[in-house]
Design a protein around this ligand. Structure first.
Ligand SMILES: Cc1ncc(COP(=O)(O)O)c(C=O)c1O
Length: 420
């Protein structure tokens, strides 16, 4: 039996809060931080080293190198891979701009390849089209903690002699073919910023299984200091991207929870995907079969307004929110629409980043990648803090989707009307 939509004054389906409070901590974090305070090791010390080893083990990589944030982790892996001026790095346009910043801070030029809208990740076919004689690397983004199609991407990289780097900013505990994200390319970067599934407020880590790479990255992070005596002399220099044992102590506690929390997110994602795939006009995100474990930093689905007689995504989302489901729309535009890519740098004197100085710099203003542009118009996002909710509550979320889809006709014409 259907009841009136909550947006039109009916009773909301969801009977209590869906979003888990974030960040989560308990006495363990408090004790761990006090220990560091009393130890006198306030800088990069034993807690950092312990976490680097444990996190690298979780993701099946050999070396972990903590740094200030995910963006820094991506920069230091690009520097470790010797990406520099005149090198192009192919990446996904459906990402946070930190992915591009990592490449650009190393001096590289970003090239975008369209996404596969089913998986929200870079499309291997589009990578092949984007390769030029200057391409040095592919920076995959496992968006939301959902693995890219690594077998195909590694094949393409081998065929064209390209490096593979991983933006695994969302990939804590996630796996492809049973092996950790971040262990598939030459190196990877993760974020521990406050919204992330495991967090120290800010923080990041670079992973690699290549000792020379680890040494160069270590130099970039730690003012040129070599750990393994493998970095060439001329690369033993760097800034200061270190974090402190206070943050590592918190991360060690967060690491204790991340697997169990990912289990809950996986169960909730399975329930959502099962239910949403039954609904006409809603396309839940699909995982490549090898994406054996997903961390669901964000869950995504596509909304096809044609199936709802033109009801817009924003009205549909308002109706869902009124039922008690906190949904968002994800990025409103592909990252290449950011003003930094739309500005005419060649015309002015100020050249802030290496690509702006190259005479044949790409003109991103001409770029139109149809899949990602449509995806940005259609995506509905559900955050990791919702994916952590109880089974009962996720059942209510499903019921709310079913109710709003079933009665979407009542939303026709609501676009400009004020509703309670
Ligand atoms: C896909 C992706 N890459 C990189 C980053 C950068 O991480 P941070 O904010 O820790 O610098 C983020 C942060 O949200 C991200 O979502």
């Amino acid at each position: 039996m259907s009841s009136k939509l909550a947006l039109l004054g009916g009773k909301p389906v969801v009977t209590g809060p869906v979003t888990e409070s974030w960040p989560q901590f308990d006495q363990d974090e408090a004790t761990a931080v006090m220990e560091v305070l009393e130890s006198g090791n306030w800088n990069h010390g034993p807690k950092c080293q312990e976490f680097e080893e444990e996190f690298a083990r979780l993701q099946n990589a050999k070396y972990g190198l903590l740094c200030t944030c995910g963006t820094a982790a991506l920069e230091v892996i690009c520097r470790g891979a010797k990406i520099g001026v005149d090198d192009e790095v192919i990446t996904s346009p459906y990402t946070f701009h930190g992915t591009c910043m990592g490449i650009m801070m190393a001096g590289g030029t970003v090239t975008f390849a369209d996404i596969d809208p089913d998986t929200n990740n870079i499309d291997p076919d589009a990578i092949e089209v984007a390769i030029t004689p200057r391409t040095r690397a592919i920076m995959v983004v496992h968006f939301g903690g959902l693995a890219c199609d690594m077998n195909r991407i590694l094949d393409i990289a081998a065929k064209h002699d390209l490096l593979v780097l991983e933006d695994a900013a969302h990939g804590w505990g996630a796996q492809y073919a049973g092996r950790g994200l971040g262990s598939w390319g030459l190196a990877s970067g993760f974020s521990f910023q406050q919204s992330k599934n495991m967090t120290s407020g800010e923080g990041g880590i670079a992973l690699t299984s290549d000792e020379e790479m680890a040494d160069i990255i270590g130099c970039v992070i730690n003012s040129g200091r070599s750990i393994y005596e493998r970095a060439p002399e001329e690369l033993r220099w760097g800034g200061n991207h270190r974090i402190t044992d206070f943050l590592a102590a918190i991360l060690l506690c967060q690491l204790e929870r991340v697997e169990a929390q990912n289990d809950i997110r996986e169960q909730n994602a399975a329930m959502l995907t099962r239910a949403l795939s039954q609904l006409e006009g809603i396309d839940p995100i699909r995982r490549v079969p090898e994406a054996t474990r997903v961390s669901w930093h964000v869950y995504g689905a596509r909304f096809n307004k044609e199936a709802f007689e033109g009801v817009s995504r924003s009205v549909f989302m308002r109706a869902l929110r009124a039922e008690g489901v906190p949904v968002g729309s994800g990025y409103s535009e592909p990252v290449y629409k950011n003003p930094v890519f739309q500005h005419d740098w060649q015309g002015g004197a100020y050249k802030p980043l290496a690509w702006t100085t190259t005479p044949d710099a790409p003109d991103y203003r001409d770029l139109q990648l149809p899949n990602v542009e449509q995806y940005c118009r259609e995506r509905i996002s559900i955050s990791q803090t919702v994916m952590l909710t109880s089974e009962n509550r996720m059942g209510e979320v499903v019921n709310a989707f079913e109710k709003v889809c079933g009665q979407a006709k009542e939303l026709i014409g609501l676009e400009n009307k004020e509703v309670s």
